[in-house]
Design a protein around this ligand. Structure first.
Ligand code: ATP
Length: 308
């Protein structure tokens, strides 16, 4: 096995089974220090299990784990003050009042952030005295995020930090994550939000069936290839249009009335498509040239079928 690198997180050939289910199946990844690494993957892909192994909450059945160069289980005491954790749910006792609990966590650290300023930043000042279990789902998540970062950790694990948040809270969370990155903190997060991954991540790691299927910077994954997209009336004769395009082009309608042409996008291609539309009495709307989205790449790599 190759020796681990010096990333904030180094995983090599990680395996975790729950009975007959292999949740993590030989997963290797390196999350660079001072960078935001986003794990994307369908439901059940093994993201949470992987993060929980990094947090020392679960032991792998095989493979190696290094977090800030240490073993998350054997070196748990050394890692605790250096690593912040925001679990997918919970993480705070139900009866704990928001501000009291955050101040308590802050008191365990040598140079914490100001808990009240953090509550204000995450829009929780009005709920400072509310017990955790009485907070709304989105407020609970924001408090969990505050708890994860109040100790000025070197590394934070955020499991779906913005799922279920309203747009305001989502943007406040993104800004906080950007500020962490600017301060040199290493961030490993999971998300199902492609916009979030594109906006925040230095590196995106796509996980499927317990293993990494692609990893790169967001722009590296979406590539330089471009597509032509437009809207028009449903059920245009795509085969006929395709026949007019250069060999190797592809065209699809999904959903009805939304067309994508994947081809070498040059001025001549645009001219051919618009000429074909004109000769068939088709008025195109929103005709545009764009890169593949991260969601396109994600669906290509992981397929469209629902996961059990
Ligand atoms: N404690 C457990 N006992 C048994 N099976 C489990 C346990 N935890 C997770 N699994 C199974 O392991 C697989 C991976 O789950 P995991 O929660 O790691 O996926 P995930 O990628 O985080 O999914 P999601 O996007 O839905 O949060 C799933 O098939 C899940 O049902």
């Amino acid at each position: 096995m190759t020796p681990p690198g010096d990333g904030a997180v180094e995983l090599a050939s990680l395996v975790k089974r729950y009975g007959t289910v292999t949740a993590v199946d030989g997963l290797s990844l390196s999350a660079a220090r001072g960078a935001v690494t986003a794990l994307l993957g369908p439901n059940g892909a093994g993201k949470t299990t992987t993060i929980e192994i990094c947090e020392g909450f679960r032991r792998p059945d095989a493979g190696s784990v290094r977090v800030l160069g240490l073993d998350p289980v054997a070196d748990a005491r050394a890692l605790k003050p250096r690593v912040g954790v925001m679990p997918q749910t919970g993480g705070v006792p139900g009866t704990a009042r928001a501000a009291e609990f955050l101040r308590l966590v802050a008191s365990f650290h040598s140079s914490p952030l100001d808990p009240d300023a953090l509550l204000a930043r995450l829009g929780l000042t009005e709920h400072a005295r509310t017990p955790f279990r009485r907070l709304s789902g989105g407020q609970q998540q924001r408090l969990s995020l505050a708890v994860a970062v109040v100790g000025r950790p070197e590394l934070v694990f955020l499991d779906e930090p913005t799922t279920g948040l309203d747009p305001q809270a989502r943007h406040a969370t993104w800004e906080l994550i950007e500020a962490l990155r600017a301060a040199g903190v290493s961030v490993v997060l999971t998300t199902h939000n492609m916009e979030e991954a594109e906006r925040l991540a230095d590196r995106v790691v796509i996980v499927d069936r317990g293993t990494v299927v692609a990893e790169d910077a967001p722009a590296g994954l979406t590539g330089a290839e471009r597509q032509l997209r437009f809207r028009a009336r449903p059920a245009l004769g795509l085969e006929e249009l395709l026949a007019a395009l250069p060999a190797g082009s592809a065209a699809k309608e999904s959903p009805a009335g939304h067309y994508v042409i994947e081809a070498d996008v040059r001025p001549e291609l645009l001219a051919t498509v618009t000429a074909w539309c004109a000769s068939h009495g088709v008025l195109t709307e929103d005709l545009r040239i764009e890169r593949r989205t991260l969601e396109d790449v994600f669906l290509e790599l992981t397929g469209r079928e629902l996961r059990p």
